[in-house]
Every structure is written in C-alpha cells, then in structure tokens.
Write a protein that binds this ligand. Structure first.
Ligand code: ZN
Length: 267
C-alpha cells in the first residue's frame, strides 16, 4: 500500500463547506468555489450558509478581537438560525477573563427572585416552591414571601459584612448578570428566541413536537424570575417558562432559603 496521503476528491465549496465531485461544479463554479446546488441559493441564503459553516468550525480558544466582533454581530443576524448558533457559540467561547472583568462593574443594589416551580429541597426531595425573595443592599433586609402560607412574609436584617458577602456571592460565584445568556433567556421584547432555539435539529428529534407548542408569548407566571438593579444603573429582568430551576438559580434559591431555616432544628 502506498503511504501517499489521499486528498479528498473533487472540489471544495465555500458555501456548503463540502468537498464535492468535480461534476457538481459548473465551469464558473470551480473558480468561485461554489457548487451547482449552492449557486442556486439566494444571496441571503449563501451568506447564512457560510456563516453557519464558520460558526460550526469556530475555534474553542481565546478569541481575537476581530473574531469576537464578528461573533457578537452574528448574534443579531437577520437569519434566526445564524443568530441562535452564534449565541450558543458565544456562550461557550466567552472567555472567563472577560466575565471576571465584568464582575467588577456589577454591585447589586436590589434583587427580587421569584420561584414558582418544583425545586430540590436540599435534603433529597422535590418540593413545590411558590415564593419570592427580595434583597436590599442599603437596608440590609432580606425578605422571603411564601405565597402558600397565610402569614408568609419573613424578614431578616443582615450585618453589613454578611450582606456584602451574600451579594458578592450572587455576582461572583453565581454570575447572575450572565444568566440571560447562560440560560438563553431573553427579556420580554424578544421571546421568539427561545421558541426558535428549540426548533433546532441540534436538540434532537424528540424536542420537535414540544417545540411546536412553545408559546411565542408565554402566558401565565414564569417558573422563575429575577429582577436585579445594579449600582451602575443597569437593570436586569429575566423570566423563564421552563418548568425547572437550572443549576445556579437553584443554588441561589437554596442559599437564600437557608437564612429562614429554623436555627434550633437538629438533624
Ligand atoms: Zn455547495
């Protein structure tokens, strides 16, 4: 057997990114690196196909400024498939150094966190949560409202250091300011994003049916919602209509709940 490396037969198409046999290219197509099938696409379809190729091959390393710029622009692409994929790639590639730099800008003034779904209770069981926590940095008051209890509102006032530590934990460890991207949530004006995302083949066929049912304008209460006002006047208001609490929101729920556990209980 010869050790000669086999080169892929045929010709590379820059639109679909595939190597195809020579006869799949017209004379002009060879020079332009566009196969016959792709040459029939509209300009917008060609651009979207090329963008999808580039996104699928996006490097998983620290990005250059121009790569970042391109990726951020594609997150707002007119083609929903391109925009969604760019957002996913962005979530994977977003360098930790940048997240860490962002953390310095985010000091929480007030936070409201509502949960209306089943949650893990910290002891191995699932329970239905229907409550809201609020935190106010200035007054150092942490409140829990349990909508299922008759006299369901309890408050604790934390010491200054305790409050600072809690708020730091929410920003630095739980990275609440990134939840929108981490959990693919969009503020209200752009609900279609989640619906489109779940139609993707990436998620397997089993989601196709439920994808059809995804409301583009969800009605009723969200399963959880976080509203945060930061000292730099940024306001964040995110809601999820998925019927579970993802990892970090769940951590937040459990750590806030701890402030209201009876202290004399022993296990
Ligand atoms: Zn092609």
């Amino acid at each position: 057997m010869s050790k000669k490396k086999k080169r892929p037969h045929g010709h590379y198409c820059k639109i679909c990114g595939e190597h195809k046999a020579n006869e799949k290219f017209s004379g002009k197509g060879h020079a332009a690196h566009i196969c016959k099938a792709c040459s029939r696409l509209s300009a917008a379809e060609k651009a979207a196909a090329m963008d999808m190729n580039r996104l699928m091959d996006f490097p998983m390393r620290r990005l250059t400024d121009s790569e970042k710029k391109w990726l951020k622009a594609k997150m707002h692409d007119q083609c929903p498939e391109v925009a969604d994929t760019a957002r996913e790639v962005f979530n994977v590639c977003f360098p930790h150094a940048e997240r860490n730099a962002m953390k310095k800008q985010f000091v929480i003034n007030t936070l409201s966190f509502e949960v209306h779904t089943e949650v893990y209770d910290g002891y191995g069981d699932m329970e239905m949560a229907d409550c809201r926590f609020t935190i106010d940095r200035k007054s150092r008051v942490l409140t829990m409202t349990d909508f299922q209890a008759e006299d369901g509102e309890q408050s604790v006032t934390l010491e200054g250091g305790q409050m600072a530590k809690l708020l730091r934990y929410i920003v630095h460890t739980l990275e609440i300011f990134m939840w929108e991207q981490d959990y693919c949530l969009k503020p209200d004006e752009d609900d279609y994003f989640t619906a489109v995302l779940f139609d993707e083949d990436l998620y397997g066929d089993d989601l196709e049916e439920s994808g059809e049912d995804m409301p583009t304008e969800p009605e009723g209460r969200p399963s959880w919602r976080a509203q945060v006002e930061y000292s730099n006047h940024t306001v964040q208001d995110i809601s999820s209509y998925e019927d579970y609490l993802p990892e970090r929101p769940e951590e937040l729920y459990l750590s806030l709940l701890e402030y209201f556990e009876p202290e004399d209980e022993e296990f």
